[in-house]
Ligand binder design. Structure first.
Ligand SMILES: NC(=O)C1=CN([C@@H]2O[C@H](COP(=O)(O)OP(=O)(O)OC[C@H]3O[C@@H](n4cnc5c(N)ncnc54)[C@H](OP(=O)(O)O)[C@@H]3O)[C@@H](O)[C@H]2O)C=CC1
Ligand SMILES: O=C(O)C1=N[C@H](C(=O)O)C[C@H](O)C1
Length: 266
């Protein structure tokens, strides 16, 4: 059997480095190229922490797709360029696995249509940690019974997007089953702007950013005389890698866009 040729966008990033290790260590995977906007032309081994990795580095996504034509592109960059990378991959018949967060509903729709036109799969996972996926599913279950919910996501202070992709996905999943309600007192007023967080369909989302944190989320439900708290913690970025592997193994077998690992873990 031939190896699965994989390219990684953002290899020097916090997640990208873990993904490089995953691909290097997985039997049947081959790291065919990496995409690095600052360092096209050399080899991955030129950078700190990648000794012995003689993998070509591209700075141009088009060129990478044309010359390498990998089976899968794993994108772990930023929402601005992640969209361009994902679209370019699909246009070249390359299947994207996207961990990058911050895509809009319209962008997801556009990618879904592109997958349909090309007849190939793409997986966009706001959170690859299987425990986090379960936390979202359990929260959705609870949302059937509790209308009042506050989502508190906590991340390291280098994170660019707020709220996190996980918090947005959690709110979307709860909204699918929860009867819409504007929470809190109808005459509630913020004396400091932002005190009640972001509002999604009447639910509130609070984003905490602190050095020392990695990725954490707590979903709190309240009803008369009781609260229910569902919490997940990622203490390192290796926690995301089994989900990345599941997504890579799955994306080569599907021909549609999948948004969220909860759609493939059953
Ligand atoms: N789905 C999941 O489970 C998870 C998703 N994430 C998401 O993954 C993404 C990356 O996170 P993280 O690794 O922490 O972030 P980092 O900032 O550590 O890494 C991002 C990488 O993208 C690179 N990059 C920036 N701009 C470009 C560009 N124009 N073209 C190509 N590469 C570029 C950066 O390079 P440089 O620094 O040189 O600019 C950097 O190497 C984020 O969107 C984050 O929310 C994170 C953790 C888990
Ligand atoms: O930037 C991060 O670190 C993370 N981003 C993802 C998100 O926005 O939900 C996943 C995880 O929470 C870590």
């Amino acid at each position: 059997m031939t190896n699965l040729k994989i390219a990684i966008a953002g290899p020097r990033g916090r997640m990208g480095r873990e993904a490089v290790l995953l691909v290097q260590e997985t039997e049947g995977y081959e790291l065919a190229a990496v995409l690095d906007h600052k360092n096209g032309g050399g080899l991955l081994s030129d950078f700190d922490g990648f000794a012995g990795m003689e993998v070509p580095v591209y700075s141009d996504v088009q060129l990478l797709m044309q010359e390498v034509h990998p089976d899968v592109l794993i994108d772990l960059t930023t929402p601005e360029v992640g969209m361009l990378h994902t679209k370019t991959a699909l246009e070249h018949g390359v299947r994207p696995v996207v961990g990058t967060t911050g895509f809009t509903k319209e962008q997801l729709q556009e990618l879904e249509e592109l997958c349909h036109d090309k007849g190939i799969g793409c997986i966009i996972a706001p959170n690859f940690a299987l425990g986090a996926v379960l936390m979202m599913k359990f929260s959705q279950m609870a949302g059937r019974y509790f209308q009042d919910v506050e989502i508190i996501e906590l991340h390291h202070d280098q994170k660019l997007d707020a709220p996190s992709g996980t918090a947005v996905k959690t709110a979307e999943m709860i909204a699918e089953v929860r009867e819409t309600k504007q929470q809190g007192h109808p005459e509630e007023k913020e004396t400091i702007k932002g005190a009640r967080g972001a509002n999604y369909d009447g639910m509130h989302i609070h984003s905490v950013r602190l050095p020392g944190l990695i990725a954490h989320q707590q979903v709190m439900f309240g009803a008369d005389g009781q609260t229910l708290t569902i919490r997940h913690d990622s203490y390192n970025r290796a926690s995301f890698m089994s989900g990345v592997k599941l997504a890579v193994d799955t994306v080569v077998k599907i021909d549609t866009l999948v948004y969220g690992l909860e759609n493939i873990i059953e």
